[in-house]
Ligand binder design. Structure first.
Ligand SMILES: *Cc1c(COP(=O)(O)O)cnc(C)c1O
Length: 369
């Protein structure tokens, strides 16, 4: 029998979260962002739940190829564009659209001998300062691309730095609209946070939204909002079982560094999950966890293969607990109780995005029916 740790993917939740995206951006087409192997869920495993999207967006050509292999014939978009000239051949062959964020990518297109003209998403740097042409250079890049026979359609895109926070998107939106207003072509600007928080603002309406984290059921603006506030459902459950219990006496300590000390007699459980499974080592005593569907807390330091949990609330609930008891690290317990990945992430000083993406290769993943 393999170690009992298991990630379970929930296609109905993906499907539901996609409809939430459509409801939040009713006039827009939806790019389902599946970079990083669908935020750690597995492209093949999310495909069924997300195939109602209008297109899939990713970074890696290999991921785009996997979608074509699944039978997807609709739009695919490389969000960072191509990494070297010969990537353009595969884009031609598989009909993959790609972002253009720098002069070199335009040079490569100009030198590319293609039969099928390319569709590109020209990226503007409106303040994020990662990828894209500054507003001053954007129209020049657009003019160059327009003159190329290798390019048949140019869309406009930018990416927000603060869609989830107090600074907001106004400053970037203003620059984007001012620079592109008289140019033809479709527009794509919103990520999950902008879609959920600003979706009703007419300035934000555009042809395509790029939804990532919300499809997987995590709130892009936690802790301001919970996933449940946005009516999102967790697309992944990470669960395991107890391997052992230990009865502690006052003064007993737990785990490496003796980080937790019992001040009264208490029962703890040892769960088969550690940082080598992708659980965050920075999660400290107090991080929420469900045992037999009852909410309790982590105690002591997370080790490579195990973590320890306080069983007091489970005992108090009158539930039998011991070796084999179900432990839910995030997602949905079999009782129906839920624990948001965002709460666990917050306790570990990170975000839901990182935890999803970090689920380790040694964790078995199944798709729930
Ligand atoms: C990852 C990514 C997204 C999706 O962001 P979420 O916050 O997960 O919705 C959108 N656009 C670009 C360019 C991205 O890289």
């Amino acid at each position: 029998m393999p170690r009992p740790i298991l990630a379970t993917i929930h296609p109905p939740a993906l499907h539901h979260n996609l409809s939430r995206t459509r409801a939040a951006a009713p006039d827009a087409k939806v790019w389902a962002v599946v970079k990083a192997n669908a935020y750690g869920h597995g492209i093949e495993r999310v495909y069924e739940g997300l195939r109602g999207a209008d297109g899939f967006a990713m970074l890696d050509l290999a991921e785009a190829e996997r979608l074509r292999a699944l039978g997807w014939r609709g739009p695919l978009l490389l969000l960072e564009g191509v990494f070297e000239p010969r990537d353009l051949e595969l884009c031609s062959r598989l009909g993959i659209w790609h972002a253009v964020h720098c002069d070199e990518q335009i040079d490569w297109l100009a030198a590319h001998k293609t039969q099928v003209p390319h569709r590109v998403f020209l990226k503007m740097n409106t303040g994020m300062n990662r990828l894209g042409f500054t507003p001053a250079r954007y129209r020049g890049a657009w003019a160059r691309l327009s003159a190329l026979p290798q390019v048949d359609e140019i869309s406009h895109m930018t990416h927000f730095s603060d869609a989830d926070g107090p600074r907001g998107i106004g400053h970037q939106l203003a620059v984007f609209h001012a620079t592109t207003q008289d140019l033809p072509g479709e527009r794509s600007i919103s990520n999950s946070a902008a879609t959920l928080r600003q979706g009703s603002d007419a300035q934000v309406r555009c042809d395509w939204v790029r939804a990532g984290i919300m499809l997987y059921g995590s709130a892009p603006d936690h802790p301001q909002h919970q996933a449940s506030d946005w009516a999102l459902q967790p697309a992944m459950t990470l669960s395991t079982r107890l391997l052992a219990t230990q009865q502690l006496q006052p003064g007993d300590t737990v785990g490496y560094g003796s980080r937790f000390r019992a001040d009264a007699p208490m029962l703890i459980g040892v769960a088969a999950c550690g940082y080598a499974d992708g659980y965050p080592r920075h999660a400290d005593t107090g991080t929420p966890v469900l045992v037999s569907g009852v909410r309790t807390r982590l105690v002591g330091r997370v080790s490579m293969d195990m973590l320890t949990v306080d069983l007091t609330p489970v005992v108090q609930a009158g539930l039998p607990v011991g070796m084999g008891s179900e432990v839910t690290l995030w997602g949905r317990a079999s009782s129906g109780a839920q624990l948001s990945i965002d709460e666990v992430a917050q306790a570990a000083g990170t975000v839901g995005y990182e935890l999803m993406c970090a689920v380790a290769p040694r964790v078995n993943v199944v798709v729930a029916d």
